[in-house]
Design a protein around this ligand. Structure first.
Ligand SMILES: [Zn+2]
Length: 83
């Protein structure tokens, strides 16, 4: 194998740190109706799955709509009271 050229990569800033809507107090929340919940989501609050068919909340940071997160209702409500 030929020696690899030391490639100078532009220094990456790395993946954005894990998005946490609780860092975005302005996150817009929307209720996802049970019939809209067709996928399993991972709730960042309790790290448990939100099964399909369960109504829950989705939090959308206004400056990063791609980083929306799905939360159990209770976890979203209590997100500030637990660390
Ligand atoms: Zn949860």
């Amino acid at each position: 194998m030929p020696p690899r050229k030391p490639s100078k990569r532009p220094k990456r800033t790395g993946p954005k740190s894990l998005p946490d809507p609780s860092d975005h107090p302005d996150s817009e929340t929307r209720f996802v109706q049970p019939f809209e919940a067709v996928k399993t989501y991972l709730c960042p609050g309790c790290r448990q799955e939100i099964p399909p068919g369960m109504g829950h909340l989705v939090a959308v940071p206004p400056d990063a709509p791609d980083l929306r997160r799905h939360w159990h209702r209770g976890c979203w409500t209590n997100r500030n009271s637990r660390r």
